[in-house]
Design a protein. Structure first.
Lengths: 96, 524
């Protein structure tokens, strides 16, 4: 099995897995790199361009990992959303 | 005082008409139902709520405080604005859970996560507090616009507050959130490009990047280009300990809900997204643009410092970005620049008008006053509440000088002691409504003691804010954790329904086991 999974069954995608943890680590790093990299790049400081480029790469990797799993979660959830919305209305109207 | 040329007026009028009436066009969609008036029918692709996240978090006072911290601390001041990084985690964690709950508001979420009387008390508290908070923010941001117009045109302060907030109300009253999000998209685009253009213009006016760097080095201020320049580990007014605390609050806060005051705005964007994936992407990208924008602002402020390095009055250097825009941009562009200021103002006002109205309509009117209200009634209640919030914001705005310091204190105390409970409500099945309620009440008392009363009586020294945060978090936990464990857990049926629908992470094993035993989910 690959270290990073790209194929998910609906049941597997519902679980919080290693891929989620990797995303949680990469995502703040991406923000830091974009923030600092862009500010330094405006002043033409070489390390700024390097950090910005790294930020872009980390962002691409981040979404490459997140996208397949989120697609499956979204698709599966959409099937049940109507039923959940009906329950939400019942709770608000004190019927449940 | 600023003099506009004919071209400036042209840009200004065109943009005001565009921003105001594009929202009105969505009148027919907005009036269809409560879900349309407050969540655009839950059908938006990610880039629309993302642009709304960006536009809403760019307000007239944002460049003022970013100007202040960058002028004082150089690029390290970027970290002051980095608290929005809670979205880095939240986009792929709590946003997913919240979107799956389908709750209109954070108040409604309380009655899905918790049950019984405790849940209702929490829902009522959150709803009332958010109606008040949105009115307060409207007054705060509105009066900032009044001051900007006074500075630019010499108008009395109330004119800028009343005139522009009323213009915004036109499209919020008619089209609700449809109007907000469509207008936010154009306003976000206008503001984003104008911030980039103005900032680059400012850098060039200061001689360009090389000259700015050389100038800073020549006057011994080269450290301003180091984003990691701290005043010590625990010493000075910008220590490493503050930075670490802020990163912990922001990043780990993303696992919870409500750990940032911005959560309540983002929650509406999350629910208006058409899928779970769109919800995640909307707040991630919206925040990425916020951080990218901050970098451009920071560059402009550094350029301003290179031009005027000896300002000591915050009232002067905090206005740096506005000064660049109005003094450096050529004729014709000044009107465009003012239009972008209106864009950032409109987007913030429209969001809080609609958001405050949603808390009242959904959580107070429908849940507690008229549960069987028709969709038509709910839309009208939304409109009337929007109008009341608008009028209330005028009142708050004009008495803001006396209130601001108290309310900022109120915001701060709500952030510190309930930061951890806001996470626990998501990650720990055993955390119950009584523990959460206790956390809010305890925090109120403890904050007064630690921040004001004990230092005033010299029992403890006046502490830096990051130390207050850790103390309040620890002291609060000593109260709400025992209360949680001494009161019964939430009803298991209720917890199982919540778990199956939202699939939270953390410590939910007993609930998951029960859901599997009932055949509601499969064991993987």
């Amino acid at each position: 099995m690959a270290f990073i999974r790209t194929k998910w069954t609906p049941e597997e995608a519902e679980e919080w897995t290693r891929e989620d943890i990797i995303i949680w680590v990469l995502s703040p790093i991406s923000y830091v790199l974009i923030s600092v990299g862009s500010a330094l790049s405006i002043f033409l400081i070489p390390i700024g361009f390097l950090l910005l480029a790294l930020g872009v790469i980390v962002t691409i990797v981040l979404f490459a990992i997140a996208n397949p799993k989120l697609n499956v979660i979204s698709g599966e959830y959409e099937k049940r959303q109507k039923e959940y919305l009906e329950r939400l209305e019942r709770i608000t109207r004190w019927e449940e | 005082m600023i003099q506009f040329a004919a071209l400036d007026w042209f840009w200004l009028v065109i943009f005001v008409l565009l921003m105001t009436f594009s929202g009105v066009f969505f009148y027919r969609l907005g009036k269809r139902s409560q879900a349309d008036f407050f969540l655009a029918g839950r059908g938006l692709p990610w880039w629309l709520p993302a642009s709304s996240v960006y536009a809403t978090h760019t307000a007239t006072d944002t460049p003022i405080w970013i100007g202040g911290v960058i002028y004082k601390y150089g690029l390290a001041g970027l970290w002051y604005a980095f608290f929005s990084a809670w979205c880095a985690i939240s986009a792929f964690a709590s946003a997913r859970i919240f979107r799956r709950s389908l709750a209109y508001t954070q108040a409604e979420w309380q009655s899905l996560r918790f049950s019984g009387l405790g849940a209702e008390l929490l829902r009522g508290w959150f709803a009332g507090w958010q109606v008040f908070m949105n009115m307060f923010i409207l007054g705060w941001v509105g009066i900032a616009m009044g001051k900007v117009c006074h500075f630019l045109f010499g108008w009395p302060i109330w004119v800028g507050l009343v005139f522009f907030s009323s213009l915004v109300a036109i499209y919020v009253l008619t089209a609700g959130y449809w109007g907000v999000v469509v207008a936010d998209f154009q306003q976000g685009v206008i503001a984003f490009f104008m911030i980039i253009i103005t900032s680059i213009w400012g850098v060039m006016a200061a001689g360009g990047p090389e000259k700015i760097t050389a100038k800073l080095n020549s006057i011994g201020q080269g450290w301003r280009l180091n984003p990691f320049h701290f005043t010590g580990t625990f010493t000075g007014d910008f220590p490493l300990a503050w930075f670490i605390t802020m990163i912990v609050i922001a990043v780990l806060g993303g696992f919870g809900m409500g750990t940032s005051i911005d959560w309540y705005v983002e929650a509406q964007r999350i629910q208006s997204s058409k899928t779970v994936k769109d919800a995640s992407y909307s707040i991630w990208w919206g925040t990425a643009f916020v951080l990218f924008r901050n970098s451009f602002w920071a560059a402009a402020i550094i350029a301003f410092f290179a031009m005027f390095p000896h300002l000591t009055n915050p009232a002067e250097y905090e206005m740096a970005w506005y000064v660049i825009g109005f003094k450096v941009l050529p004729v014709g562009m000044v009107g465009f620049f003012f239009a972008s200021i209106l864009a950032i103002h409109f987007s913030t006002i429209s969001t809080h008008l609609n958001l405050g109205a949603m808390y009242f309509t959904r959580d107070i009117f429908q849940h507690y006053i008229k549960p069987d209200a028709s969709e038509r009634t709910l839309v009208w209640v939304g409109r009337i509440t929007t109008l009341v919030l608008l009028l209330g914001s005028f009142f708050y705005g004009l008495m803001m000088e006396e209130l601001t310091s108290w309310l900022i204190f109120a915001l701060w105390i709500m952030a510190a002691g309930v930061w951890l409970p806001n996470i626990l409500q998501v990650i720990w099945w055993r955390f119950n409504s009584w523990g959460y309620l206790t956390a809010w009440i305890a925090n109120l008392g403890l904050s007064w003691l630690v921040v004001w009363v004990l230092p005033a009586f010299k029992v403890i020294p006046s502490l830096p804010d990051y130390v207050q945060f850790w103390i309040l978090m620890f002291l609060g936990a000593l109260i709400y954790i025992p209360v949680t464990l001494l009161t019964p857990p939430e009803d298991m049926d209720h917890l199982v329904k919540f778990y199956v629908m939202s699939r939270p992470y953390g410590w939910w094993k007993p609930v998951k086991r029960e859901a599997i035993a009932r055949g509601l989910i499969k064991e993987v």
